[in-house]
Design a protein around this ligand. Structure first.
Ligand code: HPA
Length: 258
């Protein structure tokens, strides 16, 4: 069967170092972003740039392996093009994953944080030019969060919940910026996700977000930050998220309650 005829219910965007989840999906087919008109392509190491179609516990999903970022010079419309494409293919629920620095002294690097909310500090939006004032009071679905928390506690995996601050990058933050983010209520900081989440909500998708906390944000620990460290920690933690998603996705009720 070709991917054109597949109708995945779930979409999963795999962030830096987290692409390995696609290898756990059953009966996969893939299409590279280069083959799809209108999809921008990434040049960042650790981001493959293709959609992988398959099943997780019998549930059809499509995983976006790789995303483009504002810091590569793309617009917010371009950064969210894969979300609109997945919606057109039938995706109703979107799981966004990313690598992030932890600003919360209680959230150790190597652990996962589920996004309870976000701060969009990118100064842009995928909805610019559109007429609608979309509600963003529950970007990350309460229902999905409750479901993932329950799955995680059965598995005995540690999962924090907190606020993700999305910045444009590409440089990491200064210690003063990290102190500012802490005062603003951020638990983690990264350079993706918020634009995609806004786009998905505007399209009526149900969204969940997970940050792999790859490092202490600048100034919280001695030493400097590098992309290699982020990829390495991401790879190790990816296995845990794969287990959580493989358990939680098949167990999720397909229809809205009530
Ligand atoms: N800051 C911003 N983005 C990141 C970080 C960080 O510390 N770690 C991984 N992505």
């Amino acid at each position: 069967m070709s991917w054109q005829s597949l109708r995945p219910q779930w979409g999963i965007v795999l962030g830096s170092g987290l692409g390995g989840f696609a290898g756990r999906m059953e009966s996969t087919e893939s299409v590279s972003y280069a083959e799809i008109a209108g999809l921008p392509q990434t040049a960042v190491a650790g981001h493959a740039g293709r959609f992988v179609f398959g099943n997780v516990g019998g549930v059809p999903v499509v995983a976006a392996q790789g995303r483009v970022h504002l810091y590569e010079g793309f617009t917010a419309r371009e950064v969210s093009a894969h979300v609109r494409w997945m919606r057109e293919r039938g995706v109703e629920r979107l799981v966004l994953t990313n690598a992030a620095g932890t600003c919360n002294p209680r959230f150790e690097p190597g652990s996962w944080m589920m996004l309870g909310d976000h701060l969009n500090l990118t100064h842009t939006s995928p909805l610019l030019g559109g007429p609608n004032f979309h509600d963003m009071s529950e970007v990350y679905s309460k229902r999905l969060r409750a479901h993932f928390s329950a799955a995680v506690s059965e598995l005995g995996v540690a999962l924090h919940e907190g606020v993700y601050a999305g910045l444009p990058g590409p440089q990491y933050e200064t210690p003063a910026e990290v102190r500012m983010l802490q005062r603003l209520g951020a638990d983690a900081v990264g350079m993706s996700t918020v634009i995609e989440a806004i786009q998905a909500r505007a399209l009526g998708m149900e969204v969940a977000g997970f940050s792999c906390l790859t490092n202490w944000a600048a100034g919280l620990h001695p030493g400097t930050l590098g992309h290699e460290e982020v990829l390495e920690t991401g790879k190790r933690a990816a296995e845990q998220l794969a287990v959580v998603l493989s358990r939680a996705i098949p167990g999720f009720p397909a229809c809205m309650p009530g």
